[in-house]
Design a protein around this ligand. Structure first.
Ligand code: ADP
Ligand code: MG
Length: 697
């Protein structure tokens, strides 16, 4: 039997394959492009394309596609076959450097937020040689960026690459100041932990809400939920284990470093985490992982739900974005070092993150905003909508000592001077891990925990990289001017701690008292919903920063604002329509049938025995009739709200009205329907219940 080491990456055109299939010259030149971003020579592109095609064809591929991530957040591909006509009427297989480097999908149907007029429908895709090509479903997939002809980014990858470059540039300036001349580049790495639910496919098919919206819009609480805590890290069911085994194998072949998997808190909920890698590759891999999770589930008679909140009353799904900054020489800049200088450097990078998160907290919150994630953040299961940083008591105490120029602890007599003293040791993987913090330092990386399970990780990392780049730029400007580097560094760190310590919070993020303190005493923002936080994208301080770091142009920012809000509106409108449809066509008729059977039973009883008062049936009929009226009125009110929402032109106003009118009306319709579910005999209920869905695999 083939072992993992044999087949890992077997479907990836990786370094090993390149070396084996390219001439030394071509390989060197491609490597320079990959490592240093050097321009690719057309003749090299031709040679690479030919080698890629031969390799792909030898593995059964018949097509190629430029694989890109438009602003919808999912990946897009348009397949072309390798075949070309041969003079003898047969075909030859061909793939040119031009086809490798640039593609022109008809892109008029991708959202552009006004960036590309539809008459100029074509955008173009451009090869990202830093992310390896791979084979998926007999198709050679070439990771690409997607731009309009006037050069605006129409995707998530382009700004992500720009943000990595911005951070690289500023971090390099800092490293040079610390006398480090050997590092060639600095990159951020990410390990995203992905949560998901698995439900039975047959049951899924019977629920319009799952089919149309990815989440349940109705459903009474089952007798058992997650209260026993018996699912978390529990034994994996054979059917799920078989699914996970196939998923791992599929991902490994594609070079995705799938590492850990376990059951999560909610029944039917699971998690998969890969080993971390460079951010743009991690982003590609996370998209692939989500796709393969869904495809593999199909084969096992399952459906993988990536929605942030598939079930009310049980935990939703998120994605933890573990993020760090490292040099090409392998040093993690967020890892405390062993010499005084390494430590000072660590503290400076740490401060940069603290300042960036404080100054751009609204932008970070915005970067994870979707209609689905609104159900999670702040709902006592995911971090709150307030952004704060967990550093742990030890590191917080160290920063506090530095800020106040006092000894770090009672046993130590001398004050800590940066660049002179070694940092006192503190527990690396702090045992007091705080699971309620939105942004937690975990020894040598930060874990940004606000992302939704279906989010592309691109947006969060774009904002994070850009914000940290901006702060590092300010630091570099200041330190480059300094007469005495050590003392300027010391004051800089002190200033930063003093000005930004409000963002540090080591307590329980789920506590209501914290939200109050955060907002009222610390002045942190609490942006609870997507409409609340979208304006952050267009706030002057944020736009200036993103444009100064060359991550987005003004037009690109405006387009993203439009698209994100439009997406929010469309999502909730589809949910509302699905609800009225289910209420009218499924729930009401089902309750009706049950009620008439109850009435028939009551009549039958009367015929047998005059004295019988039929009190059970009558009581049920009365209660259910009342609920049916409420469901009917609820559906009507929701239909009216849909009409008035539909008349609003401005997308911002429409989103506000959806939050204030439509969503509450959806809850009002759900309540009587869920109550009816508890009163109607099970075999009458028109779709599988929570109990069946959550415990049916
Ligand atoms: P948890 O206890 O939160 O599940 P783990 O220690 O299993 O966390 O790690 C979670 C993720 O963090 C993994 O994807 C792992 O590869 C990633 N990770 C570990 N070290 C780093 C790092 N230096 N930079 C980025 N991600 C990292
Ligand atoms: Mg984690």
């Amino acid at each position: 039997m083939a072992t993992v080491t044999d087949y890992f990456g077997s479907l990836v055109f990786d370094d090993r394959v390149m070396k084996a299939n390219l001439s030394a010259d071509v390989y060197q030149s491609l490597k320079k492009t990959i490592d240093e971003g050097a321009r690719l020579d057309p003749s090299v592109a031709n040679a690479v394309a030919a080698a890629m095609k031969d390799w792909a064809v030898s593995l059964g591929a018949t097509h190629f596609t430029h694989w890109f991530q438009p602003m919808t957040g999912i990946t897009a591909e348009k397949h072309d076959s390798f075949i070309g006509p041969a003079p003898d009427g047969r075909v030859i297989l061909e793939f040119s450097g031009k086809e490798l480097v640039k593609g022109e999908p008809d892109a008029s149907s991708f959202p552009s937020g006004g960036l590309r007029a539809t008459f100029e429908a074509r955008g173009y895709t451009a090869w990202d040689p830093t992310s390896y090509a791979f084979i998926k479903d007999k198709t050679l997939c070439i990771p690409t960026a997607f731009c309009s002809y006037s050069g605006e980014a129409l995707d998530k990858k382009t700004p992500l690459l720009r943000s990595m470059e911005a951070l690289n540039k500023q971090a390099m300036r800092i490293l040079r100041l610390f006398g480090n001349d050997s590092v060639k580049c600095v990159r951020t790495s990410v390990g995203p932990e992905q949560e998901y639910f698995l439900v039975d496919k047959e049951m899924y098919r019977k629920r319009k809400d799952l089919i149309f919206t990815g989440r349940t819009l109705f459903g009474a609480k089952p007798p058992k939920g997650q209260e026993m805590d018996d699912h978390y890290f529990g034994v994996i069911q054979p059917r799920v284990a078989a699914y996970m085994a196939e998923l791992n194998e599929t991902l490994w072949k594609m070079g995705v470093l799938a590492k850990t998997e376990h059951n999560e808190v909610a029944p039917a909920q699971h998690e998969l985490a890969p080993i971390y890698t460079t951010t743009n590759i991690a982003t590609d891999h996370n998209q692939l992982t989500m796709e393969m999770m869904q495809k593999t589930a199909e084969k096992h008679g399952l459906v993988c739900l990536l929605h942030e909140k598939p079930f009310a009353g049980v935990n939703g799904s998120g994605k933890h974005n573990n993020w760090s900054i490292a040099t090409d020489t392998g040093t993690n800049l967020l890892s405390p070092g062993e010499t005084p200088y390494e430590n000072a450097q660590f503290l400076l990078f740490l401060c940069a993150v603290i300042q960036a998160v404080d100054e751009y907290q609204d932008l970070l919150r915005m970067s994870v905003a979707t209609a689905g994630n609104d159900h999670r953040l702040g709902a006592n299961e995911a971090p709150p909508a307030v952004v704060s940083i967990f550093l742990g008591d030890e590191l917080t105490a160290i920063l506090s000592a530095i800020e106040r120029d006092v000894p770090y602890n009672a046993t130590e007599k001398t004050q800590m001077k940066l660049g002179v003293h070694v940092l006192p040791p503190f527990p690396k993987d702090a045992t007091d891990r705080n699971r309620t913090s939105p942004f937690a330092f975990t020894g040598n990386k930060f874990e940004f925990r606000m992302l939704g399970s279906s989010n592309s990780i691109a947006c969060a990392n774009i904002m994070l990289n850009a914000a940290v780049a901006e702060v590092l730029q300010q630091y570099a400007d200041r330190l480059e001017q300094a007469k005495n580097f050590d003392s300027e560094l010391h004051t800089l760190i002190q200033d930063t701690i003093r000005e930004h310590k409000r963002i540090i919070f080591n307590g329980n993020g789920y506590d209501d008292a914290w939200i109050k303190e955060a907002v009222e005493q610390r002045g942190l923002s609490n942006l609870r919903t997507t409409p609340d936080c979208m304006s952050a994208l267009l706030a002057p301080k944020n736009m200036e920063m993103l444009m100064a770091q060359k991550v987005f142009s003004e037009a690109e920012l405006n387009s993203r604002y439009e698209i994100m809000l439009e997406n929010y509106c469309k999502t909730v409108i589809i949910e509302a329509r699905t609800m009225t449809d289910m209420a009218r066509k499924e729930i009401l008729p089902a309750v009706e049938t049950y009620v008439s059977d109850l009435a028939a039973a009551a009549n039958a009883k009367k015929a047998v025995c005059e004295e019988l008062t039929c009190c059970y049936e009558t009581k049920r009929i009365r209660k259910l009739s009342m609920l049916m009226d409420q469901i009917d009125m609820g559906a009507e009110a929701l239909e009216d709200a849909l009409i008035s929402v539909g008349m609003i032109q401005d997308v911002g106003q429409q989103a506000d009205q959806i939050r204030d009118e439509l969503l509450p009306k959806m809850s009002e319709l759900r309540a009587p329907a869920d109550e009816a579910e508890t009163l109607v005999a099970e075999r009458y209920w028109p779709f599988p219940t929570y109990g069946a869905l959550l415990f049916g695999v």
